[in-house]
Design a protein around this ligand. Structure first.
Ligand SMILES: Nc1ncnc2c1ncn2[C@@H]1O[C@H](COP(=O)(O)OP(=O)(O)O)[C@@H](O)[C@H]1O
Ligand SMILES: O=C(OP(=O)(O)O)[C@H](O)COP(=O)(O)O
Length: 397
């Protein structure tokens, strides 16, 4: 890796250091429900603050599409961050312009400031040079510690790195090193498990992934799109019907490369997306048209366990069901515990990543037993494909 690291930074006392972090953490009712991503950025913040820098945090939350959306504010993350940092964290209600400038002007050496969601500005996702310039003017140095957002060529991850002296933070560095050593030469058979809800942004990755892994278990919301492409009526399930052709192309590519695709064998369906909702397990051809599939059933859990047993390496992004609302956490918890047991017995090298996936592994009590847990989901999958991540490339440039 040829980028500059924090070791290359000296004399930063009094300097304004803009640090891109990923604080896109799982939240429920305005409360952070999993702090893993916050914990992972603490070393960089501590290090810069101890050296006397004014630490200014840039981050996104959710997908507000360039609008100011109240429940996508980063304000509720400031206090949990301060609690873990054991230091105060100021908050500015915009990431550019007067409120950011005023808040920065107030900082003393070593202080930490969190700026509001960068995605409240359309220029962020468009990687608009004018927006990147507005951000860059707020600092003297740029540090990217958001490996999990490095697959996005956005103003705060890519554009800004060209405008300021740019460095990789400790987590960025650690993630790249850990993934390289865990998966540089994976022992076959390799099993990938992909689930979750970000269907349109992750489905394209699967086309390359099937050329690299021996088995691919598809669960969660992602599976519904594949099932629909196979002619199954998925009722009101989360499903991107317009991606049916993409799903069919991926299944054809998998057949060609000899990758076995494993789709759910049964479905746990409910009519409401809430904890304790009345539910039943049905065969795939019996999903009621007014119900949604929120988890895979026991036949699917058995199949996933068999595939984990057949694998020497596991890469996992995306929960198998809506794990936040019991009892739809069953398959995810069962698979996580099974993989953790096999890892503990020395038979499996298990690497999992993604904001919600990490929360699911913590919920299952399995995270500590995985070989490596990355903060990144989509970025991890793109890294696995061998793709150049724009946020990393910009640091190398
Ligand atoms: N069958 C399903 N229907 C609706 N949502 C689902 C389903 N399965 C999983 N999910 C949701 O997927 C979300 C996580 O997806 P994603 O963001 O892609 O994962 P990660 O953050 O780990 O990359 C969770 O909030 C979970 O509730
Ligand atoms: O949560 C994230 O990715 P992940 O769900 O793939 O782990 C990152 O913060 C990137 O978010 P994005 O997929 O809205 O660009």
């Amino acid at each position: 890796m040829t980028f500059k690291k924090l070791d290359d930074l000296s004399d930063i006392a009094g300097k304004r250091v803009l640090v891109r972090v990923d604080l896109n953490v799982p939240m429920n009712g305005g409360k952070v429900t999993d702090t893993t991503r916050i914990e992972r950025v603490l070393p960089t913040i501590h290090e810069l603050s101890e050296k006397g820098a004014k630490v200014i945090l840039l981050a996104h939350f959710g997908r507000p599409k360039g609008q100011r959306v109240a429940d996508m504010s980063l304000e509720p993350v400031a206090q949990p961050l301060a609690d873990l940092l054991l230091a105060p964290v100021d908050f500015a209600d915009d990431c550019v312009g007067k409120s950011a400038e005023d808040a920065i002007a107030e900082l003393s050496d070593g202080d930490v400031l969190l700026l509001e969601n960068t995605r409240f500005h359309a220029g962020e996702e468009k990687n608009d040079p004018a927006f990147a310039k507005d951000l860059a003017e707020l600092g003297d140095i740029y540090v990217n510690d958001a490996f999990s957002a490095a697959h996005r060529a956005h103003g705060s991850t890519e554009g800004i790195a060209k405008l300021l002296p740019a460095y990789a933070g400790r987590t960025m560095q650690a993630e790249l090193e850990a993934l390289g050593s865990a998966l540089g030469e994976p022992k076959r058979p390799v099993l990938a498990v992909v689930g979750g809800a970000k269907v349109s942004s992750k489905i394209d990755l699967l086309e390359n992934l099937v050329g690299k892994v021996d088995m691919l278990v598809i669960g969660g919301g992602m599976a519904n799109t594949f099932m629909a492409a196979n002619g199954i009526n998925v009722g009101k399930s989360l499903c991107e019907h317009d991606l049916a052709d993409t799903a069919r192309r991926i299944m054809a590519a998998a057949e060609k490369s000899g990758c076995e695709i494993v789709l759910p064998a049964d479905a746990v369906v409910a009519r409401e997306f809430k904890a304790g909702a009345e539910n039943e397990t049905v065969a795939l051809d019996a999903i009621p048209s007014d119900a949604m599939m929120l988890d895979v059933g026991s036949a699917s859990i058995t199949k996933v366990a068999e595939k984990i047993d057949a694998a020497n390496t596991l890469v996992w992004n995306g929960p198998l069901g809506a794990f936040e609302i019991a009892p739809f956490d069953k398959a995810t918890v069962a698979a996580a515990r099974h993989a953790a047991e096999r890892t503990k017995s020395g038979k499996l090298n298990s690497v999992a990543g993604g904001g919600d996936t990490v929360a699911a592994l913590n919920h299952a009590g399995a995270a500590d037993d995985f070989s490596y847990v990355s903060t990144a989901g989509g970025a991890f999958l793109e890294w696995l494909e061998g793709k150049e991540l724009p946020g990393v490339k910009a640091l190398e440039a």
